[in-house]
Ligand binder design. Structure first.
Ligand code: BES
Ligand code: MN
Ligand code: ZN
Length: 501
């Protein structure tokens, strides 16, 4: 799908030739001259256009318009969230094979956050998964033009939003693929393919190299599967070598049966999404190579399948992690932390300015926060604040959770340095406490995306989260000196400062 930022406003929107013109109506609406503005004003006056976000009013071949379909979409008070709702509802409403070219404009002077929200929502509403269909239904919408009166000032936000869509869609693609079409080997190939893009390098380690590194915990998870593990190292080099990188660690369990502590059958298919953290790292790299901010980023993906087998780990087995700490595996279904801990130790070699792991880690996080916000854990207040703010500005929300040492009591065992599970209570926090033991040498944060990475039921599918959050965080980082890595980051920082002050 092709996005374009065009120079047109409400007055000239009526002459835009397209299959569907979506007019995002903001409250308050200031009546002005022109066929479209008058139409909106009349509809509001007649009570036909409520200002409730997502409400639509549609017309076919309206006289005086160059578009075939006209959709007025209410965006309430004009928050980015409401603009996202309005555009999402409007694009869903016109999603027929006949609608190929869509144009979107706003009833008042567009803001950067609206442009970003509109691009994200249009992509989201028109996305289709096709990879494993024999007769793929093609995405009907081929182009989306966003009309604004002064495109120059919105170009940076627009470019970021489009790059973010590309990242989100790559993440969705890999997370949605069934596990037999997304093995550790195939994930590594996807990472290798990214290395063909500007500024990206990729190195892939196999079982022998991982054994040499002493990643006994990661290897233990993989040993029950006939699919060989892969340890993926991605690099985005956008700044001088001397600048220390941010390291992103993505959980890459390509299928989680639970192992010998096997999961119940209902919904087990959804455990193909257990590599959504890894997929989000791939997505972020895709977007970085497009935006080229002046930062360095490393992506680490421990990829393996968690299976029960004659060679599989058993409850009670003790393994030695790369850090030297021994781990008693009391539950083989708590495998995510076992692959992440070795990746965290590996991250030390980059002397990182921050390490963020992203993982579909616990069912307990789904219970705590549902599908609205990802769980954010960090002992570093500055890093936590940056990630929280990035979640708010990208509408890819997260919520900070506690890390009191008292939560680690249950991880004590008589047979190793640490157990891989505590009791049922506070399961998302105890998982984070386990990881924290391996993250002492750098500022660290953990995002538990178990509730946010995919949707269940009729809309079953990957969300591409938290690519948006991570990108906003990275783009707002100071690029070595005080200036954010990218123009949008500077604009967003100013927004946040205004909101705070
Ligand atoms: N991948 C799962 C977490 C998960 C479960 C994500 C359901 C989304 C929905 C993880 O590997 C797991 O199985 N965690 C266990 C941990 C427990 C054994 C301490 C869980 O949450 O039940
Ligand atoms: Mn598990
Ligand atoms: Zn898992």
């Amino acid at each position: 799908m092709n996005f374009e930022l065009k120079n047109f406003d409400l007055a000239s929107a009526a002459s835009q030739a397209c299959d569907a013109l979506i007019v995002v109506v903001l409250d308050p609406f200031k009546p002005e001259k022109g066929i479209l503005a008058e139409l909106v004003a009349q509809a509001i006056q007649a009570g036909d256009l409520q200002t409730k976000p997502g409400k639509l009013l549609q017309a076919y071949r309206p006289a005086g318009f160059a578009c075939t379909r006209l959709v007025l979409a209410c965006a309430g008070d004009g928050s980015a969230k409401h603009v996202r709702q309005a555009v999402g509802a409007a694009v869903s409403a016109v999603k027929t094979p006949a609608v190929k070219r869509v144009a979107i404009c706003f009833t008042s002077a567009a803001k950067a956050a609206w442009v970003s929200a509109a691009v994200a929502a249009a992509a989201e509403a028109s996305y289709v998964y096709t990879t494993t269909k024999s007769k793929p239904e093609a995405r009907s919408i081929v182009s989306v033009a966003i009309g604004v009166p002064a495109p120059d000032g919105l170009k940076a936000a627009f470019d970021c939003a489009v790059a973010c869509v590309h990242g989100v869609e790559l993440a969705k693609e890999w997370a949605n693929r069934p596990a037999n079409h997304a093995t550790p080997v195939l994930l590594a190939q996807a990472a290798k393919a990214l290395a063909k893009l500007p500024k990206i390098k990729c190195e892939v380690l196999g079982p022998n190299q991982v054994a040499k590194l002493g990643m006994g915990s990661f290897m233990a998870v993989a040993q029950g599967s006939s699919e060989p593990l892969r340890f993926i190292v991605l690099r985005y080099d956008g700044a001088a070598k001397a600048q220390t990188p941010v390291v992103l660690v993505g959980k890459g369990i390509t299928f989680d049966t639970g192992g010998i502590s096997i999961k119940p059958a209902p919904e087990m298919d959804e455990m193909k999404f257990d590599m959504s953290g890894a997929a989000s790292v791939l997505g972020v790299f895709r977007a970085l190579s497009e935006l080229k901010p002046t930062i360095n980023v490393v992506g680490l993906i421990p990829a393996a399948e968690n299976m029960p087998d004659g060679r599989a780990i058993k409850p009670g087995d003790v393994v030695t992690s790369m850090s030297g700490q021994t781990i008693e595996i009391l539950n083989t279904d708590a495998e995510g932390r076992l692959v992440l801990c070795d990746a965290l130790t590996y991250a030390e070699r980059f002397k990182p300015r921050a390490v963020i792991d992203i993982a579909t880690l616990t069912g307990a996080c789904v219970v705590a926060l549902g599908g609205v916000r990802s769980g954010l854990f960090s002992s570093n207040d500055a890093l936590a604040a940056q990630l929280h703010a990035a979640g708010e500005s990208s509408l890819d929300l997260c919520w900070r959770m506690p890390l009191d040492d008292d939560y680690a009591e249950g991880l004590k065992t008589n047979f190793a340095d640490v157990a891989n599970v505590a009791g049922r209570a506070g399961g998302a926090v105890t998982a984070a406490k386990f990881l924290q033991r391996f993250a002492g040498k750098f500022p660290w944060a953990h995002l538990d995306i178990a509730g946010t990475a995919w949707k269940s039921g009729a809309a079953k599918g990957a969300t591409g989260r938290p690519v948006g959050l991570l990108l906003d965080y990275l783009l707002a980082l100071p690029a070595g000196t005080a200036a954010p890595a990218n123009a949008l980051g500077r604009a967003k920082n100013a927004q946040v400062q205004r909101a705070a002050g």
